[in-house]
Design a protein around this ligand. Structure first.
Ligand SMILES: [Zn+2]
Length: 266
């Protein structure tokens, strides 16, 4: 498959706990104009059990702390905190097409966002589920999806890609980045659950290190993207459950949320 000249891009691996050479404002400039950023748990103001950089607004944290954290993350990324589009994620497959931040009232219950507005940042919240960021820099279309086990099964990834294509994106131009999530060997599930998911997405079939049934959701996401003709340009090597630098629902139950951001240069 021929790729257009849009493959130069930069992933910002963390905001809260930058590597020494990244201290200060991360360098988010790159040739393609597509930006993909994934936070870790450090650098915010939330107290335990949401310490420190909790970006989720519905996990029992102090709303003022979340506001401060979101402002810090946006500042580190060089984007406007007020214009980031968040979701009320419900483990479904609904996609909202947006051209600006939600005005007032309730944030819609969707698990994916698509925009044709350059400069508008889309955000996914996770703590073990798989964040999927997509951008076609040529068409100026960005997408973001929250893919946990139910989302993988429901098809939120094909849904968000489908919406991007409808707006003019092309599969071989889409840059896909998969963020940090729980790995296959750590995501133990009942046998029947593994069978149900693997019937729909065989690549999600996994086993734990003890040999018990498990699911590789990121692997399933990668396979779904592949079937749509979308190559994965980058995938996090972090397992949230194994990493002390990331929030993990499975490990901590009451905990914060990581955020993954995608946007195109305006
Ligand atoms: Zn793991």
């Amino acid at each position: 498959m021929t790729r257009h000249d849009v493959t130069q891009h930069e992933v910002i691996p963390v905001i809260g706990n930058p590597a020494p050479h990244r201290r200060g404002v991360p360098d988010v400039a790159h040739a393609s104009g597509a930006h993909f950023a994934f936070t870790d748990r450090w650098g915010g103001v939330s107290a335990a059990p949401h310490a420190e950089l909790n970006l989720g607004g519905a996990v029992g944290d102090d709303p003022e702390a979340v506001r401060t954290n979101r402002a810090r993350a946006a500042r580190a990324l060089g984007i406007d905190a007020a214009s980031v589009v968040w979701m009320n994620q419900v483990h479904g497959k609904d996609v909202a097409v947006v051209d600006g931040p939600w005005q007032t009232g309730e944030i819609p219950a969707v698990d994916a966002l698509v925009t044709a507005r350059r400069g508008l940042a889309l955000a996914v919240l996770t703590a073990d589920c798989t964040p999927v960021l997509l951008a076609d820099p040529v068409a100026g279309i960005a997408g973001a999806a929250h893919a946990g086990r139910p989302g993988l099964l429901a098809g939120v990834v094909p849904a968000v890609v489908g919406e991007m294509l409808r707006l003019g994106a092309e599969p071989d131009r889409i840059l896909a980045h998969i963020g940090p999530s729980v790995c296959g060997p750590c995501y133990e599930v009942p046998e029947a659950m593994r069978a149900e998911v693997a019937e729909a997405v065989p690549e999600a079939w996994a086993t734990t290190r003890r040999g018990t049934p498990a699911l590789d959701i990121a692997g399933g996401v990668r396979a779904q993207l592949g079937r749509l003709g979308v190559a994965v340009a980058g995938a996090s090597a972090v397992c949230t459950l194994e990493s002390a630098d990331h929030f993990s629902y499975r490990r901590e139950h009451t905990t914060g949320r990581l955020a993954s951001y995608v946007w195109l240069d305006g």
